[in-house]
Design a protein around this ligand. Structure first.
Ligand SMILES: Nc1nc2c(ncn2[C@@H]2O[C@H](COP(=O)(O)OP(=O)(O)O)[C@@H](O)[C@H]2O)c(=O)[nH]1
Ligand SMILES: [Mg+2]
Length: 236
């Protein structure tokens, strides 16, 4: 949700404090295959969660306009870890980043060994429930398929942990417009009574560059300015 900067702070001052994190390139900071390897809590974190192949890494690349920032399924590598990205501000090296994007391992991965799947699932769930600086989870849902059982499990946990999540439909270039509209409606109805679900559903296509500005604006609005966290709490 867009909101005003604190009084007395100009746009340029705000940009220089990364109030608009999309104006500069982003860089990879850390990859955590387990909780012990997480970077220290600091920046506001926005996690990209969803089933394997839903388009998490592609969306991060599209949002940052950096096609190789997060790896996509064509180049498997850091896929089974939590990967952290922050705005890169060359010349401002003393400044702490205010925001981090977190590319998560996919859940609902069928082809891997069972004990591996259990490890990744535990990592995902522990991170989502226990990270104080996690500000919002973008829960990515394939616009062709809608909510699946594994998504509902994660939603239930986020409801219990009171971590706000927002549905972001991916691959919106695939369904016909009428089908997409129906899916958005059905999904909105499915989340209506869920306590931690943010009501607005965003539809995106990383391939067609559509819906990306809405995601960027939403993410930027979640950055805290000078401890203004409570003021910005947009959870329903
Ligand atoms: N049609 C379409 N395919 C996409 C889009 N975004 C990602 N994909 C494809 O979906 C697959 C999985 O993408 P990836 O970003 O690796 O998913 P992840 O496992 O959730 O990180 C890849 O083959 C992508 O090319 C999109 O916006 N439209
Ligand atoms: Mg990925």
């Amino acid at each position: 949700m867009p909101h005003e900067p604190p009084e007395g702070q100009s746009d340029s001052q705000r940009d220089s404090r990364q109030g608009n994190p999309w104006g500069s390139p982003w860089r990879y900071v850390a990859s955590a295959p387990n909780l012990a390897a997480l970077p220290p809590e600091g920046p506001v974190e926005i996690a990209f969660a969803g089933r394997s192949n839903v388009g998490k890494s592609s969306l991060i690349n599209a949002l940052t306009r950096q096609k190789d920032l997060a790896r996509t399924s064509k180049t498997p590598g850091r896929t089974q870890a939590l990967n952290f990205f922050v705005p890169d501000k060359p010349g401002d090296s003393g400044e702490e980043p205010l925001i981090a994007l977190v590319d998560m391992p996919g859940y609902g991965f069928a082809k891997a060994p069972k004990d591996k799947v259990e490890d990744w699932t535990k990592l995902i769930h522990d991170y989502l429930k226990g990270r104080a600086t996690l500000r919002r989870v973008f829960l990515l849902i394939d616009a062709r398929h809608g909510l699946k059982a594994a998504d509902l499990t994660v939603m239930k946990e986020l409801d219990t942990a009171a971590v706000t999540y927002q549905i972001v439909l991916t691959k919106a270039d695939k369904p016909k417009p009428g089908e997409l509209a129906r899916l958005i409606e059905a999904t909105a109805e499915a989340i209506r009574k869920r306590p931690a679900a943010f009501p607005e559903i965003l539809a995106t296509s990383s391939f067609k560059d559509s819906g990306l500005d809405a995601v960027r604006t939403t993410a930027a609005a979640l950055i805290d300015w000078q401890g203004g966290r409570d003021l910005l709490d947009t959870a329903p």
